[in-house]
Ligand binder design. Structure first.
Ligand SMILES: Cc1cc2nc3c(=O)[nH]c(=O)nc-3n(C[C@H](O)[C@H](O)[C@H](O)COP(=O)(O)O)c2cc1C
Length: 262
């Protein structure tokens, strides 16, 4: 198989998926372009990939699934029998049906999976009180991601017809998401109204004027605003999120390792 270019396609609100696919791409050692599906305007842009390009498509795992916002944006990217490397990035609990879902979605869009991987990223709900996979992907993950990239190139080198790739997961998928609308709060005393929370929000649901307002219905709980707040003013008070974070930190603290499917 002759590949002219790599296309990195990712939805990555807190940046762990982005760092992971960048490392995979380094291991592939080929010219590349980026299609970042994270900013709100990704909703309105379409992309077409050619047969001789290799797509590396990454999304985070939310409740064992690909989050709906990511699904909608990935659907804007079309393939033409384009080979694809599929990457689910999860916060050290489980990736469940997410990678299989990513395979199903992208095959409908004209991609053909040549490899898949589940990598670990710092959990969105990680905090000092409830550390969950803090700092991941770390050096070990990055070197595994680079190694995976190199192995994919090796695999597709002499490949003609792409055989079906086996990916773990179940049909029907587990029920994902749901719950009451919720969003982080802003402490007015420490908030400096810099607008960072609004700039990093992938759905554009935060507005900063002389106060910070959040449209709860459109918040995906991605927590990018909390992680990027320069003064720590943005934080969770929602009981369900705080409870989940504590539970994840205590019950899912044992380090998980990346898994690759080649
Ligand atoms: C609403 C929500 C649900 C999540 N569900 C899961 C999950 O089911 N399993 C898991 O291990 N991590 C879960 N995570 C953690 C993310 O998958 C993880 O932090 C990932 O690294 C985020 O990717 P990003 O940095 O590219 O945005 C969840 C995070 C959020 C915000």
């Amino acid at each position: 198989m002759n590949i002219s270019k790599i296309k990195l396609v990712y939805y990555s609100p807190t940046g762990t998926g982005k760092r992971t696919v960048e490392a995979i791409r380094k291991g592939m050692d080929l010219d590349y372009d980026v299609i970042d599906l994270t900013p709100p305007d990704a909703e309105f842009k379409s992309h077409s990939l050619a047969k001789d390009e290799l797509a590396v498509i990454a999304a985070p795992v939310y409740s064992g699934r690909i989050p709906a916002v990511a699904v909608n944006r990935i659907k804007k990217v079309k393939g033409d029998g384009t080979p694809a490397v599929l990457v689910a990035v999860y916060g050290n609990r489980a990736f469940e049906d997410a990678l299989l879902e990513l395979k199903d979605i992208t095959e409908e869009l004209g991609f053909k999976a040549v490899a898949g991987a589940a990598f670990i990223g710092q959990h969105s709900f990680d905090s000092e009180d409830s550390p969950i996979a803090t700092g991941r992907p770390d050096g070990e993950d990055i070197s595994k991601a680079m190694d995976f990239g190199a192995k994919v190139m090796e695999k597709i080198k002499g490949m003609g017809e792409i055989p079906d790739l086996e990916i773990p997961g179940n049909h029907p998928y587990r029920k994902g998401g749901g719950g009451d609308p919720r969003s982080p709060e802003t402490d007015p005393d420490s908030c400096i109204l810099c607008g960072m929370c609004a700039r990093v929000c992938p759905t554009g649901c935060v507005e900063v004027t002389d106060i910070v307002e959040t449209e709860k219905e459109r918040c995906t709980a991605c927590t990018a605003c909390v992680q990027n707040c320069p003064t720590g003013a943005r934080h969770w008070e929602h009981e369900g999120i705080l409870k989940a974070a504590k539970w994840l930190s205590t019950e899912h603290g044992v380090r998980r390792e990346p898994e690759v499917f080649l």
